[in-house]
Design a protein around this ligand. Structure first.
Ligand SMILES: [Zn+2]
Length: 347
């Protein structure tokens, strides 16, 4: 009954797998990458960088050569990005996007052909950055100074740091389907397609409820589900990885309740899990637990999705935090420095 890493091969009745079917690494995955990278590299020199793909490095200055020999001071998560801070307030910013992955290999390991993007050599090993997709979306930026780094902060709220009132305010700050709002990196931090499905199932909320229609109690249920689900999966991932390195990052895990489980039984009530696919986006849900038994496949839903979602994942990821002229002012504790420094990871 496990679906392994290719669930759509068996469940996709349309014959076309959504592009993100490998899954965008989300908070639990990125948090564990960060923890393991920190354990392996902090205090050690980044001896060199080998750039294998002409597309991956998106910045000109500082150059990889300028960073060679700089000692790693921090490894942090910034939304779905991984930030390696080295001496002199310089940062290596890695965005895995959909198919980007990291591997920890023996020092000097060759960058694999075709999927290899870059290698970072440390005294005890080499971090290999790959992307198993012809669409080169994963990126590497080398940045000098905190101000430069702040440009990568999408402003998504850290659900672990937010008070219930702050969370509710953020949910209500824009009118969208809840699924869309949860996965918008300018609204919430580190939640993507997979964990939003799991969170909404845990909260027993329809992915397509409009944020404006949620009651105070429902929003609080949603907040707790965010924390519970992200904590559970971070702990699971940490336990699996141990003192190794996450090399099986996938958004499809057999223990998930609804994500990637189209046609399978809901673990709570046994109803067959349903799904809605729109462009790069997909929602999996249990009709009994989440939508009062209704199947959400009608024309009005298609229209709703069309209006509510950016057409591609890139559009959603790239959406600038230009929400109504600062309508939602960033809280004092969400400056990039504070956010990076605290790097909250569920324990
Ligand atoms: Zn159910």
């Amino acid at each position: 009954m496990t679906t392994g890493s290719l669930p759509f091969a068996t469940h996709n009745t349309r014959g076309v797998a959504p592009q993100y079917s490998r899954g965008v690494p989300e908070l639990p995955d990125v948090a564990i990458y960060v923890e393991r990278l920190a354990a392996l590299t902090v205090g050690k020199p980044l001896e060199g960088m080998r750039i294998a793909s002409p597309f991956v490095l998106r910045t000109v200055s500082p150059s990889p050569r300028e960073l060679a020999g700089a000692v790693v001071e921090s490894v942090a998560r910034l939304g779905k990005r991984i930030v390696i801070g080295v001496t002199g307030e310089r940062f290596v910013v890695i965005h895995l996007m959909i198919a980007g992955r990291l591997r920890w290999k023996a020092r000097g390991e060759k960058v694999p052909g075709k999927v290899g993007l870059a290698a970072f050599d440390f005294p005890d090993g080499t971090l290999i950055f790959t992307e198993a997709s012809p669409k080169k979306r994963a990126s590497l930026h080398l940045v000098a100074g905190r101000a430069g780094l702040a440009e990568f902060d999408r402003g998504g709220q850290d659900v672990f740091a937010a008070t219930p009132a702050e969370f509710a305010e953020r949910v209500r700050s824009e009118r969208h389907t809840i699924k869309r709002s949860l996965t918008d990196p300018t609204l919430f931090d580190g939640i993507g397609n997979a964990y939003s499905d799991e969170i909404l199932h845990a909260a027993r909320l329809s992915p397509f409820r409009m944020t404006s229609s949620l009651t105070d109690d429902e929003i609080e249920l949603l907040r707790r589900a965010c924390i519970d689900v992200l904590t559970l999966w971070t702990q699971r991932t940490r336990a699996e990885v141990g003192d190794g390195f996450p090399d099986k990052v996938t958004a499809f895990r057999p223990e998930m309740a609804v994500h990637g489980k189209y046609g399978q039984a809901c673990p709570v009530c046994g109803t067959k899990v349903q799904r809605i696919v729109y462009a790069d986006n997909e929602a999996n849900y249990c009709p009994t637990c989440q939508t009062e038994g209704r199947l959400l496949a009608d024309r009005s839903l298609s229209r709703l999705l069309k209006e509510d979602w950016p057409r591609t994942l890139e559009e959603l990821e790239d959406r600038k935090a230009q929400r109504a002229g600062g309508k939602v002012a960033p809280a004092a504790n969400t400056t990039p420095k504070a956010r990076l420094g605290k790097n909250r990871t569920p324990k």
